[in-house]
Design a protein around this ligand. Structure first.
Ligand code: G6P
Length: 614
């Protein structure tokens, strides 16, 4: 949530910053701003409500010179999203400017104390409090800016990734993080800073992922100075970035979400690459190799996640229990962290997160760690906080996901969970080898089947046209496809703003059936395996009440096709792998509905891709 970007070096800062903001806009987009320090040491702040494109219009004709600057795209936490509350924020004397991602929880007390000292505030934000706190410390304690930042950060509670710019220190940027992500890009006598690596990639592949409570002083012509907020000296660890610019472009698609949906044959393959070889009977997840015995001997596995990742976790529960016979519980991270959960030392916790930055998931990990459990991560973003906070883990390797609604990350998470379950089944010997080999071969065939699943544009467009004006949708599935129904409903809600509920199909008669009438479309995820006959009965119950039925069916299915209004085919596969196929038409349905309703698909209202606040 909130994207921050900063530059210090020989280039004009503004173009680097604005391009960076566009790349980070998925993190928040209710207001945007930039601060530039020009050669006359004038610190200019320009900010406005709305998207980064609004900021570009707003600054046109203004003095945008300067080789150092900071910029921000916001997802409001404190104060409504308007220009006043947009970042950067000045100190009262306008000598300092700050951008901030996170929440300062004790800001009200600090604000009051600063007001008593004569400070005034132009915004309702916690961030303006922080910059004036730094200013006050610098002046009153006669310390350097760097020291003032450290002292201030010791006084705040909450989360922050900040960059501070000072008119009196024109060749310097001070950055720090706790709980919110931050990456420094190191170029030839120039520095880039951002919430993630995407704004840096076209300039440098040398990056430093900032650690918790670290402060970095970036100065032209000098080595990076890295300390903790307690002023312990640290050595910067520079890593090579493995990301390629084309992954960040739309490549001819109208939206990132559509591109990402169509990338799935490749992204699923990438999730399996080097991990699955059906011919040789090999499944291995290198990152967790040393923890295999812990998993096998675990009292139980606790999966913690939020949103779409939680849905992937539910599929994981079914897979791990089905194949490896290990008890699994799936928890919303936000509930887990606050409900005094029972955690044993022989529990294995698997945290699933696309971004690797979700605040609730991070906090849940911390809690489980304190109780002595083993923590594994399944993350997409390399170097992310969750990837670093866990004992071990597996990256999903889906490539950058820019669309706010998660698509390819979900199928990549399910793929990694399937690999994990198959590996555990192998070690435990819970299924016969011949059956296990059959499953390996089938999983290897999935990317080709996903490719076929994408050939259904006409029927999905027709369905979208027909139902684009309804207010409610119901999604039903059983077994492995219950989580798919939840995920299908979430996708529709997120991007088309149509109310949608996912339910286990059999639960329909315990409540949701009351909603069914001639206006209600019901999506059944009904591939021909598992509890097919029971789903057919559920479909009849909806038809008997004049509901409209859209069914996801297996290729060649005639039984359901003859009973429903619309059928979307997916290739036949094992029940346990159907989520990898059945979720895709539901992603496309949500996409086309949203486009037809004129919604902003990649940046839906009120949402952010990386939820770094609780
Ligand atoms: C946000 C995003 C969702 C995502 C959820 C969990 O709500 O909009 O798409 O599923 O966070 O994010 P994570 O990065 O932890 O998977």
């Amino acid at each position: 949530m909130c994207g921050i970007v900063a530059y210090l070096g020989p280039k004009e800062a503004f173009p680097v910053l604005i391009k960076g903001l566009h790349r980070l806009e998925y993190r928040g987009y209710d207001s945007a701003g930039v601060a530039l320090l020009n050669n006359n040491r004038e610190l200019k702040v320009y900010k406005t409500k709305g998207k980064v494109s609004e900021l570009e219009k707003f600054v046109s004709g203004k003095n945008l010179t300067g080789h150092v600057g900071i910029a921000h795209t916001r997802w409001a936490t404190h104060g409504e999203p308007n220009s006043r509350n947009a970042h950067p924020h000045y100190s009262n004397d306008k000598k300092l400017a700050i951008i901030h991602n996170g929440i300062i929880e004790n800001y009200a007390v600090l604000r009051k104390a600063l007001m008593d000292l004569g400070y005034h505030f132009e915004s309702d934000t916690d961030t303006e409090v922080l910059i004036n706190l730094i200013d006050n410390i610098q002046k009153n304690e006669a310390v350097s800016l760097e020291e003032a930042v450290r002292i201030a950060l010791n006084q705040v509670t909450g989360a922050y990734a900040i960059a501070v710019l000072s008119a009196d220190n024109p060749d310097m940027l001070i950055v720090a993080r706790k709980g919110s992500p931050m990456v420094i890009g190191v170029g030839e006598n120039e520095f880039f800073v951002a919430s993630d690596a995407t704004p840096l990639i076209e300039y440098t592949k040398q990056v430093i992922y900032m650690e918790e409570e670290h402060v970095a002083v970036l100065q032209l012509g000098k080595e990076i100075k890295l300390t903790t907020i307690k002023n312990q000296i640290k050595t910067p660890y520079i890593e090579a970035l493995e990301m390629d610019l084309s992954q960040l472009e739309k490549e001819g698609f109208d939206h990132f979400m559509l591109k990402e949906i169509y990338e799935q044959p490749r992204s699923i393959k990438d999730s399996m690459r080097g991990r699955l070889n059906a011919e040789k009977g090999i499944v291995s997840l290198g990152g967790i190799k040393d923890y295999e015995q812990k998993i096998v001997n675990a009292r139980r596995i606790l999966i913690i996640a939020c949103g779409t990742s939680w849905h992937a976790g539910l599929v994981g529960e079914y897979l791990l229990e089905d194949l490896a016979r290990i008890p699994v519980e799936v928890e919303y991270a936000s509930e887990f962290r606050y409900r005094k959960p029972i955690i044993y030392e022989d529990d294995v916790v698997i945290a699933i997160s696309q971004s690797g930055e979700t605040a609730d998931t991070l906090a849940a990990i911390q809690l489980a760690k304190e109780k002595g459990a083993t923590i594994l991560g399944i993350c997409n973003v390399v170097g992310s906080s969750i990837a670093r906070e866990t004992h071990a883990g597996s990256y999903t390797h889906a490539g950058p996901e820019i669309g706010v609604a998660s698509t390819k990350a979900f199928t990549a998470q399910v793929t990694v969970l399937a690999l994990l379950a198959l590996r555990m089944a192998q070690i435990k010997g819970t299924i016969p080898t011949s059956r296990w080999m059959q499953l390996l071969h089938e999983l290897e065939n999935i990317p080709a089947k996903v490719e076929k699943t994408l050939n259904n544009k006409e029927i999905i467009l027709e369905i979208s046209e027909k139902f684009k004006n309804v207010s409610n949708f119901l999604y039903l599935g059983r077994g492995y496809n219950f989580p798919v129904a939840l995920e299908g409903a979430l996708k529709l809600k997120e991007i088309s703003y149509i109310h949608a509920e996912g339910y286990p199909a059999a639960e329909m008669k315990h409540g949701p059936i009351a909603l069914i009438d001639k206006n209600m479309p019901v999506v059944f995820v009904a591939p021909a395996n598992g509890i097919y006959d029971k789903v057919v009965s559920n479909i009849q119950e909806v038809k008997a009440r004049n509901g409209h039925v859209i069914a996801i069916v297996t290729e060649g299915d005639t039984v359901i096709r003859n009973q429903v209004d619309y059928a979307i085919e997916i290739p036949a596969t094992e029940a346990m792998f159907t989520p990898l196929l059945a979720s895709i038409p539901l992603q496309k349905l949500a996409y086309h509905m949203a486009v037809l309703r004129g919604c902003n698909v990649d940046q839906p209202r009120n949402l952010a891709k990386s939820v770094t606040v609780e």
